[in-house]
Design a protein around this ligand. Structure first.
Ligand code: UGA
Length: 437
């Protein structure tokens, strides 16, 4: 089966390398010629565990290539994945211009039966628009083109693993022949045990938003609990453990802290709320989820102020700048939102991240970047753990204390054990747990 993937961002490139790994002939297409050259040379444009290895492997095997010329490869494709960006408009609605452009390109160049797969996260109803675009732009053989929704559930930092061992594969389609093509495509994964769920197209589109919004809701629930636990003398980690031991609830995504960020949850939540509003339903719950998420940053700022009083002329070390560990992605990173707030309050912020320093500096130029955690901590009046990279839990606490001007740690991800911090002589503010003062 020959496959084209339009868009080579976090979802598109993972789709390329994973399908190549399954043995398909794959061409990644992107209008960014420089990026296509870079990928052709075998260099991944972003850090994601496994991508570099699978990219090298696919190129060497000869079944993976990249092109900026859709007319060269789309005519031969049996399946075209649309993995373009769907950023938020000022209104919060998803901007679907790139999806329309991709549909137009496919319509222009497709030849013979072709399945057009929406993998980008799109509001329910988008496939109908894609279909109409295909029909308009491809008058001679529009009946040969079929739209399928196949949302992606991969997590950054685990993307290749999630893509090659998905906990479910979701296919929304209308025509039986399109279902059959997708079943065949994913047979190597279903044979190894990944379940395949078949629905109509709108259901598949909506299920993706429903999943992301629900996961965001769990995180905000934990963060709301954190605020109450701090006031009530309780411990949010233990509360989450108790809740998580009920299999109906589950422990995952109940970690309180600085809240969720990244390119998916914040924009998908708002897009889902807007979709609901447009259809006449007020999904106010989602509005509250986003509000609680913003409060999580302010709660951390309040702790820093509680510890340091005025922030002018104080040096604050921010450990971790990416939106989560395992990635260099800083889009909508809570760590950067926090850093920006501290800078606004007059603090000098020195950040450290094992992978995301360059992106962080581009996003918030006022941040000073340190080459390692100890440099960031040197002379700092307070340290904030903003992203839970594994190396932070391994820091030598004696050395940390001796480097810092004041031994104050605000733990935005509950990386440290409060008892250990007490014994080590720190003033310690965790999230949703009792502080060590
Ligand atoms: C998320 C979903 O988990 C994927 O299933 C989905 O495919 C993807 O969005 C997408 O739509 O493309 P991702 O954004 O990579 O994946 O990251 P997550 O692991 O979900 O984390 C999102 C944010 O929530 C991070 O900032 C993380 O630090 C935060 N988080 C996560 C918490 O604050 N607490 C938790 O308990 C879990």
């Amino acid at each position: 089966m020959r496959i084209c993937v339009i868009g080579t961002g976090h979802v598109g490139l993972i789709t390329c390398v994973s399908l190549a790994e399954l043995g398909y002939e794959v061409v990644g297409i992107d209008s960014d010629e420089e990026k296509m050259e870079q990928l052709t040379r075998g260099v991944s444009p972003f850090f994601e565990p496994g991508v570099q290895e699978y990219l090298t492997k696919g190129l060497a095997a000869g079944n993976l290539r990249f092109s900026a010329q859709p007319e060269e490869c789309i005519p031969d494709a049996d399946v075209v994945f649309v993995c373009v960006g769907t950023p938020a408009r000022a209104t919060g609605e998803a901007n679907l211009i790139a999806v329309e452009q991709a549909a137009t390109v496919v319509a222009k160049h497709a030849s013979g039966r072709t399945v057009v797969v929406e993998k980008s996260t799109v509001p329910a109803g988008t496939s109908a628009r894609v279909k109409r675009t295909l029909q308009r732009e491809c008058t001679d053989q529009a009946e040969e083109l079929e739209v399928v929704s196949n949302p992606e559930f991969l997590r950054e930092g685990m993307a290749v693993e999630d893509s090659l061992h998905p906990d479910r594969i979701l296919i929304g389609a209308e025509a039986e022949w399109a279902f059959e093509v997708m079943r065949e495509l994913y047979r190597p994964l279903t044979d190894q045990g990944s379940p395949l769920i078949e629905t109509n197209i709108a259901t598949a589109e909506l299920a993706k938003h429903a999943c992301n919004a629900f996961l965001a809701l769990k995180i905000s629930y934990a963060n709301a609990l954190a605020r109450i636990c701090e006031r009530a003398g309780a411990d949010v980690v233990s509360v989450a453990d108790v809740m998580g031991s009920d299999p109906r609830i589950g422990r995952a995504f109940l970690n309180a802290g600085l809240g969720y960020g990244g390119y998916c949850f914040p924009k998908d939540l708002v897009a889902f709320e807007r979709l609901a509003a447009r259809s006449g339903y007020n999904f106010g719950l989602l509005h509250e989820v986003a509000a609680i998420n913003e409060q999580a940053i302010e709660a951390a700022v309040d702790k820093v102020k509680d510890a340091l009083w005025n922030l002018e002329d104080k040096k604050i070390a921010v450990l971790g700048l990416s939106f989560k560990p395992g990635t260099d992605d800083v889009r909508f990173s809570p760590a950067l939102a926090l850093a920006a707030r501290l800078i606004e309050e007059g603090a000098r912020v020195v950040g450290y991240d094992p992978e995301a320093s360059t992106g962080a500096k581009a996003e918030v130029p006022e941040i000073e970047i340190a080459p390692d955690a100890y440099e960031a901590l040197s002379g700092a009046h307070c340290a904030v753990v903003a992203t839970e990279w594994g190396e932070f839990a391994q820091l030598d606490l004696e050395r940390v204390k001796s480097e810092m001007a004041y031994p104050v740690v605000v733990d935005g991800r509950n990386v440290f054990d409060p008892q250990v911090m007490r014994a080590a002589g720190f003033v310690y503010y965790p999230a949703g747990r009792q502080p060590v003062l």
